[in-house]
Write a protein that binds this ligand. Structure first.
Ligand SMILES: *Cc1c(COP(=O)(O)O)cnc(C)c1O
Length: 967
């Protein structure tokens, strides 16, 4: 067994030494915990919880574990198979210089990357300020009134814009017009998303086709600005024409270009989307990057994704919180506007900090340099005999296109021989994109690549004087942007360092205390897992670089997929989906395509238990399925009789059932095998939501017990940090006969069999895959199984110790739970007026992030400790919960009034506790809630309880004007 016992002296190395670093519970702890639970051994505990009928037949076939340094060395060797060439490919991905102060203090800093999604506003003020900066930056640069706090990538943002337009415009048409000069991957994802919704995509490949399309009927049109070929065009008259048809104009725009170009908002565009990648996030073979979506004010209530808004706290001070549609999927379910849950918060924070650090002048300077180099490059190439076609328009910001005909592959090959990549596009064009990292030497290298035998090479110095960018006069931006002080203050490194530190100090992340979030698995994100993501071989490669330069990623992809197949029991996996929600979408598309391939395209009913996570019905709706809700019984299990009845009722139209296992109620349902068989008997497929895989890895495999499709959340079970709400990776896993229907990616060279791309990049959020690879490699099959078992052990320990204070709502017949437990707080309300939310906020005073609040059952807290927490920390949490229960008893006994007690007023800021006069019914010390100050530094929330209703009534989603902070 892997639990560390005394090892013989003189042992050289123990390849399994990472396991006790990852798993917080020691052997001695385990004995104690088992005695509290009342089981003799961990084996006995697991056997009494996991149904025998689903227990794994065999161990996972994974390589034996390596130490941290060994695994890093092995991954180094894989990384070195990626070739870091100078990229001139562009197409939405550019070289960028991440300011070192941001790289180290945000991207590589656990205070930022281990934070959870900011549902608990009071402990998330720092990251929400960064996100409000992001929203303000997007609004200012695009000249739009409102922007959300990030989208998954530019292509899916364009697809979301399409459906947002469909919901919002007057036009009743089903046609979506797309300018042919959009990025190819965007067109691909838009087509994937349009098909199941019956939306007709009309691609306009020439000025004539565009003109004809705009004369027809359509509900929206998508334009790329600058175009994929680099062309910069004034689309103002087209926007007018689009509006005349009661349709929406959607512009995919480059934020760096918008520092110099007239922004789409000034043409009256309706929705603007794009990527913020070049604001400091490395290309990373395609992700993670924050995309953005901005829209007209009228659309804001139907906008996809998360929006941070400004509200007030109970003391009347400005405070941030997630606005409007925060938990929209959970509330509106199949009527939700989008399935986006996890987004790209960490990359959005990086992009916003890039703007804070450079400020408007700095950004303009960077853009001007890019534009000037582009103009110089064009002049030199002209001298060498290349006339810029730009699809026949001599305008550009950072990208030039030349009709190079048969010469195209030859030029690309020549570039490669010099260590550079050019883009070959539309058969006979060569495109060159420049960026922030471009140097004089590189411009001269490009001339060398393009020069014919014997031609004399130009020099940059020849053209540099008085060079004018290739931006037409009428498209030069005259309006200001980023005028708020936050973008004009922190320009020294000292200032920037302190600003970022001040923000992260306001927040609670895993680097301070446990985050016991049910369903979200906030486990250790080990430093050794994180280190490789910024290695240049992973960070600085372009997703569309030639295949032979991406061998390292190919191997990483291959190995990780093999291991995840072992962990899940499935036959095939795609790592393309860049969040769990996108995995669900891809999985449902596979089911749909499968039925169609059998001539059963009419199968479109998706059965979903009422307890399901909100993304499930939202995803089903996006693939055009009809959601039929099935009941849960009194024990929280799927009501099999109801399921049976619905299967029979919809038998000939049944597409699938979507269940979560173990259930969102935290229980291993005994009859899951029977459930799967029942659905199969009616010709339906079984989708098993894999968010709870932390209770299964090594113990049971959905692909073995009847699941046909699952998505995993690598940002839950497989150690990718939550990043404050993203990035994630949501691999879609399928059984044999569904493998042909995994997502393809034409632009990335992944063969498609009917299901197109679901993400902009072929490997989705490729750059964070090393994290999960390292985790599997250092844990090995035994370590992974042990992690699962300890996660279950810890949850049962909490449930057992808290039972007399807070009953666990659902358990199996023997009283055990899976890897999480739902604490029922509803009975407290009656006697004390205390709500689950009060307890959640009171936990902040004790220095804890609250468990999952009111999901899947209102008025409850769902606790998931994970295997990574130490017994000391788990006990500290339990003691805090017990102390809070004691406080509630004082309210029940009438010692403290229901309206004035430490729970009702939680959380307490330092300022409130230090106020001269103390007027509350309880002492100040009680308000401060310090359990043991000597052992644990007190966390002080920066704001009191945030008023959500005020914020939604007075929606404000940009930087707070300084005057708001004045008395
Ligand atoms: C987290 C979660 C999802 C959604 O995953 P995202 O990565 O946030 O999109 C879906 N289902 C369940 C049960 C989850 O817990």
């Amino acid at each position: 067994m892997l639990m560390q016992t005394a090892r013989p002296l003189g042992e050289l190395e123990n390849p399994a030494e990472f396991i006790p670093r990852h798993i917080g519970v020691t052997e001695a702890d385990e004995q104690h915990m088992l005695s509290v639970i009342g089981e003799a051994s961990r084996r006995a505990l697991i056997d009494s919880i996991v149904p025998r009928s689903i227990a794994r037949a065999s161990q996972m076939k994974l390589p034996a574990p390596l130490t941290e340094s060994q695994a890093l060395a092995e991954l180094r060797a894989i990384a070195s198979r990626n070739k870091v060439f100078k990229s001139f490919i562009g197409q939405g991905y550019y070289g960028t210089l991440t300011p070192a102060v941001i790289l180290r203090n945000v991207l590589e800093n656990p205070a930022w990357y281990t934070a959870y999604t900011p549902y608990q506003a009071e402990i998330s003020q720092g990251r929400m300020e960064a996100l409000v900066n992001f929203q303000t930056m997007v609004c200012d640069l695009t000249a739009m009134p409102i922007a959300n706090a990030s989208m998954l990538d530019e292509a899916t943002a364009a697809a979301e814009a399409m459906t947002l337009a469909k919901r919002s415009v007057k036009s009743k048409s089903n046609t979506f017009v797309v300018a042919g000069d959009c990025h190819p991957q965007t067109i691909e994802v838009v087509r994937t998303r349009a098909a199941p919704l019956g939306i007709q995509v009309v691609l306009a490949n020439s000025a004539e086709e565009w003109d004809r399309a705009l004369q027809g009927d359509f509900f929206a049109a998508l334009i790329q600005y600058p175009a994929s070929s680099g062309w910069v065009h004034d689309w103002a008259p087209d926007v007018q024409r689009i509006h005349a048809k009661q349709a929406a104009a959607i512009v995919a725009a480059d934020l760096l270009a918008l520092t110099l170009l007239v922004p789409p908002g000034e043409w009256d565009a309706d929705i603007v989307v794009g990527s913020t990648q070049r604001f400091g996030m490395p290309m990373g073979a395609g992700g993670p990057h924050a995309a953005y979506l901005a829209c007209r004010d009228e659309y804001k209530r139907s906008m996809p994704g998360r929006l941070v808004g400004v509200s007030v706290d109970c003391h009347g001070n400005p405070a941030y919180r997630l606005a409007l549609q925060t938990r929209e999927q959970h509330i509106r379910r199949e009527k939700a506007t989008s399935n986006i849950c996890t987004a790209q918060v960490l990359p959005a924070v990086v992009a916003s900090m890039y703007a804070v650090y450079h400020g408007p002048q700095g950004l303009r300077r960077i853009a001007q340099r890019v534009a000037s180099y582009t103009a110089i490059l064009a002049r030199g190439l002209e001298r060498l005999g290349y006339t810029q076609t730009q699809m026949h328009h001599a305008s550009a910001f950072d990208t030039l296109s030349y009709k190079t005909g048969e010469q195209t592959p030859e030029l690309a090959a020549r570039a490669i021989s010099f260590g550079a990549n050019l883009r070959q596009a539309w058969g006979e064009y060569t495109c060159i994109s420049l960026d922030e990292t471009t140097t004089r030497a590189e411009i001269e290298l490009l001339w060398k690549i393009f020069a014919h035998e014997g031609q004399e090479l130009p020099t940059v110095a020849e053209f540099e004087k008085g060079i004018e960018p290739l931006i037409p006069q009428q498209l030069r931006r005259t309006s200001d942007f980023l005028t708020h002080p936050v973008f004009n203050t922190h320009h020294s490194e000292t200032g920037m360092l302190r600003y970022m530190r001040a923000l992260s100090d306001k927040d609670l992340a895993l680097d301070r205390s446990m985050i016991p979030l049910g369903s979200c698995t906030m486990k250790l994100n080990a430093t050794s897992e994180m280190i490789p993501i910024t290695w240049p071989e992973f960070a600085h490669v372009h997703p569309f670089a030639p295949r032979d330069q991406l061998q390292g990623y190919a191997q990483l992809d291959e190995q990780l997929r093999t291991w995840l197949c072992q962990a899940t029991g499935y036959a095939g996996i795609s790592l393309q989906p860049n969040a769990g929600s996108q995995g669900e979408y891809a999985g449902l598309l596979a089911i749909k395509a499968f039925h169609e391939s059998k001539g059963q395209g009419h199968r479109n009913v998706c059965l979903i238990p009422s307890s399901a996570h909100g993304t499930n019905p939202a995803s089903a709706q996006m693939v055009g399925m009809q959601v039929v809700v099935t009941a849960c019984d009194a024990n929280g299990n799927v009501d099999l009789a109801d399921l049976q009845a619905k299967c029979e009722q919809h038998s000939d139209r049944l597409a699938c059932v979507m269940i979560t296992y173990p259930s969102t109620h935290g229980v291993f349902e005994m009859q899951v095998k029977e459930l799967c068989e029942m659905v199969h008997a009616h010709g339906g497929r079984v989708y098993v939501d894999g968010a709870n895989m932390n209770a299964l890895v090594g113990v049971a495999a959905p692909g073995e017990f009847g699941g046909d499709v699952s998505h995993l959340n690598l940002h839950k079970t497989f150690c990718i940090p939550h990043g404050g709400g993203g990035p994630g990776v949501g691999p879609v896993c399928v059984v044999e006969d569904l493998v042909p229907f995994l997502p393809g990616h034409e632009a990335g060279g992944v063969k498609s069999h009917g299901v197109g791309a679901v993400s902009a990049a072929p490997l989705g959020n490729a750059a964070v895959l090393p994290i999960s690879w390292m985790y599997c490699r250092m844990m090995g099959p035994e370590g992974l199984r042990q992690a699962t078992e300890v996660a279950i052990l810890s949850a049962n320990y909490i449930s057992a110790r808290l039972r007399e204070h807070y009953p666990t709502l659902y358990a199996s017949a023997n009283g055990h739970v899976a890897h999480e437990c739902i604490l029922d707080l509803r009975p407290l309300k009656e006697a004390s007026g205390v709500t689950a939310e009060d307890v959640a906020k009171r936990l902040i005073d004790y220095g804890f992030h609250a468990p999952t609040l009111s999901f899947p059952v209102a008025g409850t807290l769902m606790v998931e400790p994970t295997e990574s927490e130490t017994l000391v920390e788990i006990d500290r949490f339990i003691e805090a919960m017990i102390a809070i229960r004691a406080e509630i008893r004082r309210i029940e006994r009438g010692e403290w009034p229901q309206e004035d007690n430490p729970l009702r007023n939680a959380p307490h800021t330092a300022a409130v506790l230090m106020k001269g006069e103390w007027t509350h019914a309880y002492p100040r010390e009680a308000g401060a809630a310090v359990l043991d100050e000597r052992r644990h530094a007190k966390y002080w929330p920066p704001v009191g309880r945030v008023d959500n209703v005020y914020g939604d009534r007075n929606l404000f989603c940009s930087c707070v004007p300084m005057s708001a902070y004045e008395e």
